[in-house]
Structures are given as C-alpha cells and as structure tokens.
Design a protein around this ligand. Structure first.
Ligand SMILES: [Fe+2]
Length: 364
C-alpha cells in the first residue's frame, strides 16, 4: 500500500499572507487565471503584492475558460517560453489549475504536444506549480491530475506525479463570493470524489479515512452554506472537505460517475460537479449488488441509498431537464465503455446498463 501526496498545503484564513515566501518558486512567474474569479476574490491581488514584495517579475495569462482546450494551454506555453517564466501560479477553480499544470509540463518540454501529456513516460520534468483554489470542489490543488478537452470534444484527464502542485494555499475567504449555483456544483464535485474513492476498486484504508471525514463535512455543512453563503466558518469546512476529497482521488482516481458526467458537461452544458453527482446513487446501487461492503460507510452516513438520493434531490442537483437522441446515447455509451473509469468500478457494466443510467436521469 502507498499513500503519496507531496504537496505542501497551507490552509486556513490568511494562510497565503502568513506564508507568502513559499510562493516564490523561481525567478519569473506565469500567473494563470480565468477572467474574473482570481480578481474578484482578492487572491490575485494578494499574490501580486507578495511577488512585488520579493521583487519577482510576472506575466498574467487570464484567458482560461471552463473546460480548457489544447489551444488554451498551448497559448499559455508560448507566453511562458517567450517571457522566460520558470514557475506557474494557478489561481481559480479546476480549469485554471488544470490548465496551469498542463502549461507547466508543456513549457518544460517544448517539443511535446498536448496529446503527449497523456503519455507520462514522454516527459520527466515540469515547471514548479503553486495552486490557489477559489472554489471548493475540484481538489486539483492536491492531485496529480489535470482534465483537458481534446479537439474531438472529448474531456479527458491525464496523470503525472510531476503535476502535484509544489505548494497550495487553501484560504476560505477566496470562496466566500461564490454564488449558490457554483457553491452547489463544486461541493457535489467534491462529494463525488470522496464517494467514488470509497467505491473504487483502488480504495485504501487511508483514502477511506479521508473520504469519511470529507463526506460527513459536506453532508453537514453544504445545506448550511447554501442558506448562509458568506459564513466563513462554513466555507472553511467545505474547503477542507474538498481538499480531503482531492487527497482521496489522488490515491484512487475517479470512477464511473465522472465518465458518465463528462458527456453531459460537454454535450448538454451541465456543470461538471452536478453532471457527475446525478449518477452517484445509480452507480452506488450497482456497486451494492456486487460489493455491499463498499457502500456500508456511505449508507451509515446518509441512512440508505434512497436517503442519499433524496439529499441530492433536495439540494437541487436534479433540477434540470435533458433528453437524449439515439445517436447521443450510442456515442456517450461507446465513450464511457472505452474509458478507464469502468474497470475501477465494482460491478458488471455493458452498453445496455450504461444507456439505462443515462435514461434514468432524463426521466427525473
Ligand atoms: Fe470532479
């Protein structure tokens, strides 16, 4: 058994301000963000004043969109090379952090294409990475994963030990401005990470311990946070829960709900966390048939699988209306069946069963 999480993680209010020296991992930084959240949360301002204090120059690349593409990360690489940046500071939700990780590898290995990222044997170096989350869901601040959208529209993650961030700062005050919708979808992404980690064939004693704490925190504090969005104590609980969930998938990876959800995000525009969480009860039912031991802890927390479904429903996770054409069902099913997530999910899955999962969510 192995537990490996090499990221230095600072957490709690003011953690960046109090430990800003550790942000300096080179001589010139590429700051990677989206258009708004890094600025609005105050995280960008704190980073820039820390860099100024230590006389570290920087370039700001602020064009990361949700579900980053090859084009977006290649542009970041070109800027980093031209400006001779030697470390990355990624600020934002999963998209800027994942794009920052891809840019860190591509800049250190200029001959690589984004497709090569998926073959970790083709590179053995990356720029150092600082990650500063402004949402609590992805867990990317403590994982060796990054998810990109390929030119064929397929969302797919790559894994390399080199993209564990070197330093992460988890300050709940950056999350306090998240609106209700974003709070919900990011928190149920974290919930999916922990629950999938427990169900996964790769779960371990340590990943289960982290997952249990994370699930209990989300169960207690997500409903409270949705009714009191600016409560910093609640935000801190969800931030910890999300990072614990990241530590879980750093060991186990994600399983079937993530693969099912990727298609809904790309083709139906439903945000990642929600698109994934909607499948959790159905996959849990399947796992329960074959390996009931795996669902025991989750049933203990929520009561039973039906109550877990009701919990998600009351949160508004199923508040959408989608239908699928036969062609879409064929395409999604083929993509899911060929994804690595299936083989780590206990149970027996064939095309018929995958199609049924999609049909279930189109009826709710
Ligand atoms: Fe996720």
């Amino acid at each position: 058994m192995l537990y490996h999480m090499p990221t230095k993680l600072y957490y709690g209010q003011r953690c960046l301000f109090d430990n800003k020296k550790d942000l300096i991992l080179g001589e010139k930084a590429l700051i990677v963000t989206g258009k708004n959240s890094a600025r609005l949360t105050g995280a960008l301002g704190e980073v820039i004043s820390a860099l100024d204090e230590y006389d570290i120059p920087y370039v700001h690349y602020d064009e990361i969109k949700e579900n980053p593409t090859y084009g977006i990360v290649m542009k970041g690489k070109e800027i980093a090379l031209k400006e001779e940046c030697d470390f990355i500071i990624a600020i934002g939700g999963g998209s800027p952090m994942d794009a920052g990780k891809a840019i860190a590898v591509l800049t250190a290995n200029p001959d690589l294409t984004p497709d090569d990222l998926y073959n970790a044997e083709t590179y053995d170096v990356a720029l150092p990475i600082v990650a500063i989350p402004t949402t609590s869901g992805t867990g990317s601040e403590v994982t060796p994963f990054a998810v990109l959208t390929k030119p064929n529209g397929r969302k797919s993650g790559f894994k390399s030990e080199l993209i564990f961030p070197d330093v992460s700062y988890l300050d709940p005050k950056y999350m306090i401005k998240m609106n209700k919708g974003l709070t919900l979808t990011t928190a149920v992404d974290a919930l999916s990470h922990s629950i999938e980690g427990v169900l996964s064939k790769k779960s371990t004693t340590i990943s289960d311990m982290l997952a249990r704490e994370s699930i209990e925190l989300i169960y207690e504090y997500l409903p409270k946070t949705l009714n009191d969005l600016e409560n910093i104590e609640y935000r801190e609980k969800l931030a910890i829960a999300s990072t614990l969930a990241g530590m879980v998938i750093a060991q186990t990876g994600t399983i079937l709900p993530h693969s099912l959800g990727y298609r809904i995000t790309i083709h139906k525009g439903i945000r990642h966390g929600q698109a994934t969480a909607i499948f959790l009860p159905f996959v849990m039912e399947e796992v329960d048939k074959y390996e009931p031991e795996k669902t025991k802890m989750i049933k203990k927390i929520f009561g039973n699988i039906d109550k877990f479904f009701e919990f998600l429903k009351e949160l508004g996770v199923y508040d959408f209306d989608i239908t699928f054409t036969d062609e879409e069902l064929e395409l999604f099913t083929k993509e899911v069946m060929s994804s690595s997530h299936v083989k780590n999910t206990p149970g027996i899955y064939d095309e018929k069963k995958i199609k049924e999962m999609y049909k279930k969510i189109s009826k709710i």
